[in-house]
Write a protein that binds this ligand. Structure first.
Ligand code: PHE
Length: 342
């Protein structure tokens, strides 16, 4: 047996010194030492000739030898590609496999455009939670519990806890900003909002808004008009006309809705503008003193304006999308039409 052990030692030295210049040599190593007729198998076959009382000792030597050869093989393999890969002829001039590229959603495109226009006027972006409490969505916005204007915005309440609701407008984010920041405040609040409406081409139970808020000394209705006029011209072009109509919102006084001349028919009258030549695009007004007081902002010192628009409406006018449901169906035939628009 001593002879055998010596022999194994010699093999080990041979293995340690083995160098493989090519993947083929690595394979030769495998066949010579680890193959079915390889040396490791052969010396293992010697076990039967070893006296019983030394079998355990010899077994250990054998195991060690096998591991030694296997480790070496692994090292050799790692330093080479497999023979199969090296024989593969790669034609680097072939065109690559096509990769399916997604497109930006039209609502994201338009939201980004709106945000970038207001950013240029110095507005910062503020975001907030979609699940809100009554105070941030309604109370702070001058809609006490029994206020009839709450009916204007059919609300989804969370059944486990009716103190929570899905925000009906992103004015809730304005409330959160006024809670933590002092004037001057100049923010826009983009985000998804929810209202309990039956889904149709013209209404959906969720949609997207960008609301804005500007509070400082001496902010006037003229600032509101000029800001929104600038926005419309940047968004739709210089030839678009605007008009303001008196309106009502509990959180603004005075309030106004803004219309733009219909882009589809150029003001001559069509289905989109219901043959009036005008389409409403946003609500706005001077922040109600009660709203300012709710956040300890002195209405004698500060004034502000606010506005809110639906991203779907702006997108409809920009891209002539006439069914609101298309925005959330994710039909690639619809989405693909916005390829390359950013
Ligand atoms: N919060 C209003 C809405 O969702 C929009 C609005 C915002 C109107 C700010 C006036 C001022 O309809």
């Amino acid at each position: 047996m001593e002879q055998l052990v010596q022999q194994i030692e010699a093999y080990k030295q041979e293995i340690a010194a083995f160098e493989a210049a090519t993947p083929v040599a690595v394979e030769e190593f495998r066949i010579k030492y680890l193959g079915t007729k390889g040396l490791v198998k052969t010396v293992m076959g010697e076990m039967k000739n070893v006296p019983n009382d030394r079998k355990k000792e010899f077994g250990q030597v054998l195991n060690e030898f096998k591991l030694f050869a296997e480790n070496k093989y692994e090292t050799l393999q790692n330093s080479h590609q497999s023979p199969a890969a090296s024989q593969e002829q790669i034609d680097w001039s072939l065109p690559g496999d096509p990769v399916a590229v997604g497109t930006r959603h039209p609502l994201s495109i338009v939201r980004n455009q709106i945000v970038s226009i207001f950013r240029r006027l110095g507005f910062a972006v503020a975001e907030g939670p979609e699940i809100e409490d009554d105070w941030h969505n309604f109370g702070a916005m001058n809609l006490p519990e029994d206020h009839p204007a709450r009916d204007m915005q059919d609300t989804f309440y969370i059944s486990q806890n009716p103190a929570w609701l899905l925000r009906t407008h992103t004015s809730s984010v304005q409330a959160r900003v006024m809670e933590t920041e002092k004037p001057p405040i100049r923010v826009i609040c983009p985000g998804r909002v929810y209202r309990n409406e039956t889904i149709s081409a013209r209404a959906h139970c969720f949609f997207h808004q960008v609301e804005g808020l500007y509070i400082d000394d001496n902010v006037s209705f003229a600032d509101l008009k000029q800001t929104l006029y600038f926005f419309v011209q940047e968004m739709f072009g210089k030839e678009v006309k605007v008009r303001f109509r008196p309106s009502y919102f509990p959180f603004t006084e005075p309030s106004a809705e803004m219309d733009i001349s219909c882009l589809i028919c150029g003001g001559n009258g069509c289905n989109i503008c219901k043959h009036t030549g005008w389409v409403e695009i946003l609500g706005s007004g001077m922040v109600h003193p009660k709203v300012l007081e709710n956040f300890d902002i002195d209405p004698n010192k500060y004034t502000g304006f606010a506005f809110g628009m639906g991203v779907e409406r702006i997108t409809q006018l920009k891209f002539q999308v006439n069914d609101l449901r298309l925005y959330s169906q994710n039909d690639v035939r619809f989405l693909k039409q916005f390829t390359g628009v950013i």
